[in-house]
Ligand binder design. Structure first.
Ligand code: C6P
Length: 424
């Protein structure tokens, strides 16, 4: 059980009002709010230890370097990586995926090679591979999504071929919430000798993740979705896969020696971290991990499952409302995407904002998935450790009010109507 009152008290922003109403923040899949402990760690860093790292032979420089490298150790333990050298700091998930495409991808792929993606990927796990395919002559293939919102693994044998060099798949969909069977996918990819990149942007903040148990070659995520600051992310890569990589970007830190016409490379992980790294970001990320582990990832997961189950049940009772993705709360992260018939999702989000409720609306950077669903966009409520059942209820009440305001409610003001089948 999550000590909800105590947890909520740790998030100063939850005390504010929006449009004169208490803020109900249901947009953590876009970015999570920050607890005081993370804000304090950032402030303490800037107030006491701020300096550049790895280069200043003075006390502050050494403290900053120690803090950065301690954060790396913290991330390593959190995701179960075998070695600290396997943890590369990036600016975020997007940056990490592009880094893999431009280092490993350029080296490994050639004409006729295949990259296997899925129809439910975020643009961050589509576009870097499109760019790489244009550059290398590789071909893109995609695992389809079923009507229920799962990956269609029946066709995997046809899609995974001896030419498949990479499978890049999201661990948890940012729209459908689907938790994909990545361990199974990795085992299947291994059989054809393909590498696997897992986009963990929506998984690491919410589920216990052990990269070694999964067997992923690359696993990427963002600090800002897991209570940390923006501007920091992580690329985990198995040492064996990272070791042969030459850098894609040059600059300070990533070199051993530089002459006017050539350079040699630093060891891992710094070889892949050119320039001044996100030092404060790493400090904040370590504090965020401490916070998440203090509450417990299992407890956070159980809390989100309970909220998602309640949301699916209550939203299912709203007439003319369609939910997308798995119906089973255990099979999904704390994300519920939905549409109200006759209302553009942007208008819906604006109406909910009048009640102080923040949801995301639009294509969620997943336009191919929107096409698969046959919609221009959806509204999306996403839950985290600080959300409450009362907030889910408030969302449903606000939706009914929005329907009334817009003259769309078929059965008047008398509360939720009977259950309605939702579709993917
Ligand atoms: N999804 C959302 O509202 P960055 O922007 O690099 O931190 O994360 C990109 C990203 C990659 N993969 C997945 C599965 C994601 O959900 C995201 C970010 C946010 O759904 C913002 S678009």
């Amino acid at each position: 059980m999550i000590p909800l009152e105590r947890v909520r008290a740790d998030f100063p922003i939850l005390g504010r009002t929006v449009q004169g109403k208490p803020l109900i923040y249901l947009d953590s899949a876009a970015t999570a709010q920050k607890p005081r402990q993370v804000l304090d760690a950032l402030r303490a860093f800037y107030e006491r230890s701020n300096a550049n790292v790895h280069r200043s032979i003075h006390t502050l420089g050494e403290e900053a370097t120690e803090l950065l490298e301690a954060a790396r150790d913290r991330v390593q333990r959190f995701i179960g990586a075998a070695e600290r050298e396997e943890i590369v700091f990036t600016r975020g998930t997007t940056d990490a995926i592009n880094l893999v495409a431009q280092t490993w991808g350029r080296r490994a792929l050639g004409p006729g090679d295949e990259i296997l993606l899925t129809e439910m990927e975020h643009h961050s796990n589509l576009v870097p591979w499109q760019l790489l395919a244009q550059e290398t002559g590789a071909t893109l293939r995609h695992i389809p999504v079923t009507d229920e919102g799962y990956l269609d693994l029946e066709v995997l044998d046809r899609l995974l071929t001896p030419r498949t060099r990479l499978v890049a798949v999201t661990h948890v969909s940012n729209v459908l919430g689907t938790i994909n069977p990545v361990a199974r996918l990795i085992a299947r990819a291994r059989r054809v000798g393909a590498r696997v990149l897992v986009d963990g942007a929506q998984a690491v903040p919410h589920l216990p993740v052990d990269v070694r148990a999964l067997g992923a070659d690359f696993y990427v995520f963002s600090g800002h979705k897991m209570l940390g600051p923006t501007g920091i992310g992580v690329l985990y890569g198995r040492r064996e896969v990272l070791e042969p990589l030459t850098p894609a970007w040059g600059g300070g830190e990533m070199i051993r020696e530089v002459w006017l016409d050539r350079a040699t490379w630093n060891d891992l992980p710094w070889r892949l971290e050119p320039g001044t790294p996100p030092i404060a970001g790493a400090v904040g990320l370590a504090a965020a991990i401490d916070y998440l582990e203090g509450v417990g990832l299992d407890a956070i997961r159980a809390h989100e499952v309970a909220l998602t189950r309640l949301a699916l049940e209550r939203l299912g009772q709203v007439e003319e409302l369609t939910c997308y993705g798995p119906r089973d709360a255990e099979a999904k992260g704390g994300v519920v995407a939905f549409n109200l018939a006759g209302v553009h999702p942007h208008d819906l989000a604006a109406a909910l904002d009048l009640d102080g409720i923040a949801v995301r609306a639009g294509h969620h950077c997943a336009q191919p998935l929107m096409r698969r669903l046959g919609v221009v966009g959806t509204a999306r409520a996403s839950f985290y450790l600080y959300n409450t059942a009362a907030e889910v209820e408030a969302l449903v009440v606000a939706l009914l009010r929005a329907q009334d305001l817009l003259g769309l409610r078929p059965s008047g003001l008398s509360g939720p109507a009977g259950p309605r089948a939702s579709r993917t």
